[in-house]
Design a binder for this molecule. Structure first.
Ligand SMILES: *Cc1c(COP(=O)(O)O)cnc(C)c1O
Length: 372
């Protein structure tokens, strides 16, 4: 029997983007793969499994409780549903009809991002209305207070490199304003490394992706206040979350990923990733028109990427064309080329091994040679 990927004629991807959902997110760790496979062949009392998940997530995040959901986007919808309807059964069944409920979700205009989908649509899916505060580049904390009113169900804060990173209230300022108005704060930290800091900063519900830093299967991990987490579980099992529910394999896989995360030698991982970037920089130094530099992650995650600057004069093509050529062949060499218009692409080390780094550099050299 031929390999299913050959039969389907889907190309191999050398993943230099890291954890973008567009390329299937991270490479799952062997621990997560084994746990996910084992779970698929078993039956569970799902309520018991979710109880166990809550205990593990609480321990790893410092929150009162936790819940595994289908993905981070589903986590946004479910968090909003929980904030509006709680676990009141009639209300759980009524959504997305919000008659009689608080139905406004306040967020900063500078946080209205697109991670492949418009973040506001994930909020609206629950039946809520988004109230945007400030401008795309500025919001003074006192402006927040005016946004909260009798219809406010939640305040939503996004932590991401996609957000406008200046001119915005800090999470602490945001939490202070929301809590002064008795409004719970939901934080989307899907692609963030820190599992405890957002809870520690006072967030009421925090969303992490299981398939980004954690290298688990596709899933989302919610942590936070016990009453809100319980409501999330009810909405997922019996309400608006049902068509986006996580399966048993997602729950077990996410918990295995959390367990590995706790045991992981994070400093050694960082050293290995940095060594891959240094190796790539040394090889690429010999390619005409290519210059490299190290760029630290913009939201403070302990992670660097290789910035590959392309001088169109001497390379024979610009950064956009290089990114296009890299991802246009077989295998696909995927890089972060969202800033290619500024003259560079970024290489993320997390989903690459050393052989793939070398394969990538050879391909760059080949493309530049062909461009001359
Ligand atoms: C990736 C991401 C999402 C969506 O995550 P999925 O788990 O793929 O649904 C949402 N918000 C932010 C900030 C992200 O980075």
């Amino acid at each position: 029997m031929t390999d299913i990927h050959e039969r389907l004629r889907v190309r191999r991807v050398v993943n230099g983007v890291g954890t973008w959902t567009l390329y299937g997110a991270s490479l799952a760790s062997s621990d997560a793969v084994a746990a996910t496979a084992a779970a698929l062949g078993r039956s569970y009392v799902m309520a018991e499994l979710h109880e166990a998940a809550s205990r593990v997530i609480a321990e790893e995040t410092g929150a009162e409780a936790g819940c595994v959901v289908a993905c981070s986007a589903a986590g946004i919808t479910l968090a909003v549903a929980a904030a509006m309807a709680g676990d009141d059964f009639a209300r759980v069944r009524a959504l997305p009809d919000t008659t009689g409920m608080r139905d406004e979700v306040v967020m900063l205009k500078g946080h209205v991002v697109d991670f492949g989908a418009d973040v506001r649509q994930m909020v609206r899916l629950a039946g809520a209305r988004v109230v945007e505060v400030g401008t795309a580049t500025f919001c003074h904390p006192p402006m927040l207070a005016a946004a909260f009113g009798p219809r406010t169900a939640a305040a939503f804060y996004v932590v991401s490199h996609l957000c406008v990173l200046r001119g915005m209230p800090t999470l602490l300022e945001f939490v202070a304003a929301a809590h002064a108005a008795n409004v719970p704060v939901v934080v989307d930290a899907a692609a963030e490394y820190d599992l405890r800091g957002f809870i520690a900063a006072g967030a009421d519900l925090v969303i992490h992706s299981a398939h980004k830093f954690l290298q688990g299967p596709t899933a989302g991990i919610l942590s936070g206040r016990r009453d809100l987490v319980r409501a999330v579980a009810v909405h997922q099992a019996s309400g608006i979350g049902r068509p986006m529910k996580v399966g048993k394999e997602g729950v077990i896989g996410a918990l295995a990923a959390l367990d590995r995360w706790r045991r992981l030698d994070h400093a050694a991982e960082r050293r290995a990733d940095d060594a891959k970037l240094a190796h790539a920089a040394r090889i690429l130094a010999q390619v005409p028109g290519i210059a490299t530099g190290i760029e630290e992650d913009t939201t403070g995650n302990p992670l660097a990427r290789l910035r590959i600057d392309v001088d169109p004069e001497s390379a024979g093509l610009d950064a956009e064309a290089l990114g296009r050529a890299l991802r246009g062949g077989d295998p696909v060499f995927a890089t972060r080329d969202h800033l290619a218009r500024l003259g560079y692409i970024l290489l993320d080390p997390r989903s690459l091994d050393v052989a793939e780094v070398e394969e990538f550099c050879r391909r760059v050299r080949e493309i530049v040679a062909d461009a001359h």
